[in-house]
Design a protein around this ligand. Structure first.
Ligand SMILES: *[C@@H]1O[C@H](CO)[C@@H](O)[C@H](O)[C@H]1NC(C)=O
Ligand SMILES: *[C@@H]1O[C@H](CO)[C@@H](O)[C@H](O)[C@H]1NC(C)=O
Ligand SMILES: *[C@@H]1O[C@H](CO)[C@@H](O)[C@H](O)[C@H]1NC(C)=O
Ligand SMILES: *[C@@H]1O[C@H](CO)[C@@H](O)[C@H](O)[C@H]1NC(C)=O
Ligand SMILES: *[C@@H]1O[C@H](CO)[C@@H](O)[C@H](O)[C@H]1NC(C)=O
Length: 220
């Protein structure tokens, strides 16, 4: 009888620093399409908001304005009956408190883009549907995750934080370390063959009970 044991190692979740950063234009008003292009050229994309906490954080960074107190954000739709969708990743998140009172009202039948209010009042941080052709300042985000941020892992970012979710067999804050399993001990009535194995991911050891009983003190 022969069988193989694959060393299975768990995933790691490690905290790092620095998530995406927010950026806005204060110099040039643009229609929504131009605003998104500006974000994609200068940064990663138009801002994506995925929780009330992120909305609050973003709003805390934006100046209180009296003139033109609004910015384009990255949520839109193309037809009246479609759901609002974040352009960054197709998420449809909208919070209970996201819209300003009596919004979205689709006032001009073609209000398929969204602005966030930054006036100093109760509407601050609320959203309103608007005509995409209107000209406003954009808010963008710059992603901090890159293809090389997380070695053998997936990079996930949130506010002020990058997290590397490591593939099995790797650990460390950037998934840079190969996990080494503890040594197996030889069974009493068989032998263990780990030759060539370095006890890391995808290594194989064999327990063997067939054939003549081998020497007990195998090297390693
Ligand atoms: C804007 O005004 C609100 C309400 O007065 C205040 O709480 C907030 O700190 C101000 N934000 C900035 C960035 O000045
Ligand atoms: C949108 O939905 C309304 C009400 O459900 C329906 O009457 C209308 O035909 C729909 N329009 C389109 C373009 O699907
Ligand atoms: C969003 O969905 C559209 C249509 O299904 C697709 O073409 C696009 O690649 C998706 N974008 C992302 C970022 O997943
Ligand atoms: C969409 O992207 C945001 C920001 O990158 C992220 O927080 C959120 O989890 C994503 N949502 C989905 C459904 O992928
Ligand atoms: C935005 O502006 C560009 C350049 O002026 C124009 O080609 C485009 O049609 C405009 N888009 C909307 C939705 O108004």
């Amino acid at each position: 009888m022969k069988w193989a044991l694959i060393l299975l190692l768990g995933s790691c979740l490690v905290e790092g620093t620095m998530g995406w950063t927010y950026h806005y234009s204060a110099t040039k008003k643009m229609n929504w399409t131009q605003a998104r292009q500006w974000c994609q050229t200068s940064y990663t994309d138009m801002v994506a908001i995925q929780s009330q906490q992120e909305n609050d954080y973003l709003v805390s960074l934006l100046p209180n304005k009296t003139g033109s107190p609004y910015y384009w954000i990255g949520i839109t739709k193309t037809h009246k009956n479609e759901s609002w969708t974040w352009v960054g990743n197709n998420s449809t998140w909208i919070g209970d408190q996201s819209w300003a009172a009596n919004e979205p009202n689709n006032n001009h039948i073609t209000e398929f883009c969204v602005e966030i209010y930054v006036n100093d009042g109760e509407n601050r941080g609320k959203w309103n549907d608007e005509k995409c052709a209107n000209r406003k300042y954009p808010v963008c985000y710059q992603a901090q995750c890159t293809a090389t941020s997380c070695g053998k892992g997936r990079c996930v970012e949130t506010i002020e934080n990058i997290t590397c979710l490591c593939e099995p067999g790797f650990e460390g804050d950037r998934c840079q370390t190969v996990v080494e399993c503890a040594s197996l001990s030889q069974p009493d009535d068989g032998y263990l063959d780990c030759s060539g194995a370095n006890q890391t991911i995808n290594s194989t050891c064999r327990f063997d009970w067939s054939g003549p009983r081998p020497e007990r003190n195998l090297p390693n």
